[in-house]
Design a protein around this ligand. Structure first.
Ligand code: GDP
Ligand code: MN
Length: 395
């Protein structure tokens, strides 16, 4: 799960990371009010979307008067911001963060990631941070600092100091940077993050070390024990179908193809997607209905998958162990009737109560295509999809 910059900053501040003063705003009036509250004479008005590279996309505006703050807020709120991370569809800005603008002496980069190779938290640093970090990483890979943290000990102060020196900080700033690094590490560990990024970490003209931007990502599987993190979820930033799936306890991931899939078990789902590709088709989604799916849950899954307008054919592939084929069949028939299904539907059932399940499908009066094996199901659904798109082309 991702969170907004202002939320990440608030969490990090709780671990001793220094941040500029700021406040959230949902309207231009509120943005002006925030600026007045913060004081000073320069502010940054920043679009809060779950994406980096906002600066280059016009999502960060520096303002010197309250009227400029109002205009910047007006220009950003409700606007679609397209960054090189959002994809062409962009993200609509619903929240702003108004922040005291600081005079920047230099910008560095620090990030903490989960390094799968060493199975450790790794600190990544670069003496030159900011908006060009990707280019710097490419053109000067030797400038990138990498330090692995020993989990039994945690980040040691000497290690943080070493990183701070390698970032090229002056002795006066090293201790401030150490506080930031130790705080970011503790936040990562204590909140079950998978990524913490501060870019840029700035040294201001008066020598302060501040996190000017912050990004945090969390382990979804640990959210249950981090209510203070999970409450920060912003559904407006998520694929609405994935959010809906989570409500039903379904594992759903939207993909680009046109063959909708309902499968039980993540492994079988992946194998089925491979088989669809092997047969020349493209899956529209990954969906695992899980074990012991009730007819209602199957019907919910069906509707969820169908809500994708790209779908040209559906494949239900259930190998029932804990599940029951008759329940799955009931759910499929119910959902196909309720949604007045117009596209080809291929169902392959195997395992517990398979005979009862096949009976339900057969007696449903619906034109459901049945298949015996996984390969057979994949071939049939791709053939049905092709026939449908071909006849749609003729019409
Ligand atoms: P990102 O583009 O989404 O990563 O957004 P950032 O929060 O990193 O802002 C982009 C850039 O805007 C930073 O690298 C800074 O150069 C600039 N910026 C942001 N806040 C301030 C500020 O308070 N003062 C100044 N001078 N520049 C700022
Ligand atoms: Mn940034």
């Amino acid at each position: 799960m991702d969170i907004h910059e202002y939320q990440a900053k608030e969490l990090l501040a709780g671990f001793g990371v220094a941040i500029p003063r700021g406040g959230v705003a949902y309207s231009p009036e509120q943005a002006v009010y925030r600026a007045a509250e913060i004081g000073g004479s320069r502010w940054a008005v920043k679009a809060q979307i779950h994406s980096g590279a906002r600066g280059k996309a016009g999502g960060v505006k520096l303002c010197s008067t309250e009227d400029e703050v109002r205009q910047a807020a007006k220009a950003l709120l409700g606007k679609k911001l397209v960054t090189h991370q959002t994809g062409p569809e962009g993200r609509v800005v619903h929240r702003l963060y108004v922040e005291q603008a600081v005079p920047i002496e230099r910008e560095c980069y620090i990030g903490l990631v989960l390094d799968r190779k060493s199975e450790r938290i790794m600190v990544v640093g670069a003496p030159q941070g900011g908006m060009e970090i990707e280019e710097i990483a490419k053109s000067h890979p030797e400038a990138i600092i990498r330090e692995v943290v020993e989990p039994a000990i945690g980040m040691a102060a000497f290690q943080a100091r070493q990183i701070a020196f390698r970032l090229g900080l002056a002795p006066a700033q090293v201790n401030r940077c150490v506080t930031t690094l130790l705080g970011a590490y503790r936040a990562f560990r204590d909140l079950d993050a998978t990524m913490v990024e501060i870019n840029p970490l700035v040294v201001t003209k008066d020598g302060a070390v501040l996190a000017l931007d912050a990004k945090m990502t969390f382990d979804d599987n640990a959210l249950f024990r981090r209510p203070n993190v999970s409450e920060l979820r912003d559904y407006a930033e998520e694929d609405p179908r994935e959010a809906q799936a989570a409500e039903y306890g379904l594992n759903y991931v939207a993909l680009d193809g046109n063959i909708g899939c309902i499968i039980n078990g993540a492994g079988l789902a992946m194998a089925t997607m491979d088989m669809i590709k092997h047969a020349g088709g493209e899956p529209a989604n990954f969906l695992d209905v899980g074990g012991g799916a009730s007819p209602e849950r199957v019907a919910a899954a069906f509707k969820l998958v169908l809500a994708d307008p790209k779908i040209e054919a559906m494949l239900v592939n259930i190998f029932a162990g804990i599940n029951r084929c008759d329940w799955v069949a009931q759910g499929v028939v119910q959902a196909a009737k309720e949604t007045n299904l117009k596209i080809p539907l291929v169902v392959r059932l195997a395992g517990t109560n398979v005979e009862a399940g096949r009976e339900i499908i057969k007696n449903s009066g619906l034109p459901i295509i049945t298949a015996d094996s996984l390969a057979d199901a994949a071939d049939k659904v791709v053939a049905a999809m092709r026939e449908r798109t071909a006849s749609a082309g003729r019409a």
